[in-house]
Ligand binder design. Sequence first.
Ligand SMILES: Nc1ncnc2c1ncn2[C@@H]1O[C@H](COP(=O)(O)OP(=O)(O)OP(=O)(O)O)[C@@H](O)[C@H]1O
Ligand SMILES: [Mg+2]
Length: 505
Amino acid sequence: MNSSMFLEMKSISKSYNGTKALQKVDFSAEGGEVHAIIGENGAGKSTLVKILTGAVLADEGSIYISGKECRIDSPLVAQRLRIRAVHQHFSLISHLTVTENILIGNLPVTSAGFCIDWQKAHTIAQNVLERIGFCDLDVKARVSSLSVSQKQMVEIAKAVSVSPKILVMDEPSAVLSQKELDRLFTVIRLLKDEKVLVLYISHRLNEIFQIADRVTVLKDGCFVGTIRVTETDKPALVKMMVGRAIEEIFPDKVSHFDVEALAVSCLGRADVFSDITFSIAKGEILGFYGLVGSGRTEMARCIFGADRLTSGKIVLKGKPVNTSSPRRAINEGISMLTEDRGHDGLILFLSIRDNVSLASLKKMTRLGVLNKRLQNSLVIDMIKKLRIKPENPDKPLRALSGGNQQKVVLAKWLMLETPILILDEPTRGVDVETKHGIYAIIRGLADSGAAVLLISSELPEVIGLSDRIIVMKEGQMVGEFSRWEASEEKLLACATGVTSGRGGI
Ligand SMILES: Nc1ncnc2c1ncn2[C@@H]1O[C@H](COP(=O)(O)OP(=O)(O)OP(=O)(O)O)[C@@H](O)[C@H]1O
Ligand SMILES: [Mg+2]
């Protein structure tokens, strides 16, 4: 007996004002499998799954579910077919509670009718969260008060709350760290056992080998191939995506750090982190590793003035400074690429040029007048370095794929060239080839004298790029490793509390 659901998308094409996002793509997958979709930034992955979820209309092509043709011309139709998605960018309503977001459209009413039964609603939401192992969230909290990874959990809960037949996950892991990722994989395995088809988009190839059964590769809007994970390996997949082999190489490191650029002592914020003391030298990349919730992002946000410190002192080039707002921090020479790109970094209706130059207009102004030629050449230089696509600086940001939008935010901060640069997950959502370009740029900035504070949840990235690594756990520094000492096992053991780090911290 083979009554399992299967999905076929045939000859799907889609253009956005002349940009061919998908060209005659054939795709098929079946219930009970985890099917990964991979490809470079702008390859068409999100477009393909958005066509399936009714968020985008295809120009051509047809979709069949278990042999029956379905016209999915709105999200509502997709929902009725029990197709749900966790999108690359959050779709939560931030002023509503966790419960309201999870049950939106399905809130229970009291037996007398008309009124929403809040007690029941909270219980249902709590049950959904518990079923997928995310029980430490307060269902009554407003979504705006949650961290990025907590928001991601709410997204996932919302999608699975309706027992989907097809569940699309567009880079669900980008904001999760190892522990949450393990939970996510447990949820996915659970869904798989229930014969759900899970479509999983990720730039992290390791994850594909951990969770997927088959993988489909897209390149420049075209179908390259579908292959069983057991019949391929990482280099082969990279070759399918990029068209040639690339090696995972990190730029060389320099080793002399004599001039202190930034020193902080006893930094603390009530109930979030405490006793943070470290310094970074000119030219040094200091990595911070820790699980989500370890306080790294919060600490960095306080140094940048985006949140308030409750104690401690920040010293730049030997002088204590006050960074009580991001504007002040920038004036003092500190810039920060934040983790939550959607909210903190982007203006979707403005062009790539405007977004990239937004923070650096001073540099492009001569005698009070914006030098457009200079602006253009600086922006085009960034577009080339970061392989931003499309290359036309006039394009509005909303026309860019998710990964390309992230590169624009990164470009904006790199353009400022402040002596101190805080980067929170700088390669999140970025494809393999561009990642190496970004590593080279970060190392280049350090080599030319910048001090870089790097927060990353990707172990190979922190280890490969940093000169020194501090590990945080539950708001405290729990270990420090030089680049020679650091290994994935050691950092993970330290971050999870299995062992303590070197140096008696
Ligand atoms: N709303 C839009 N308007 C115009 N062009 C768009 C729009 N959305 C996507 N595109 C273009 O379609 C192409 C495919 O984009 P898509 O978002 O599907 O890529 P992706 O594979 O998901 O990339 P990423 O890894 O960066 O998320 C890109 O060239 C992108 O610039
Ligand atoms: Mg995408």
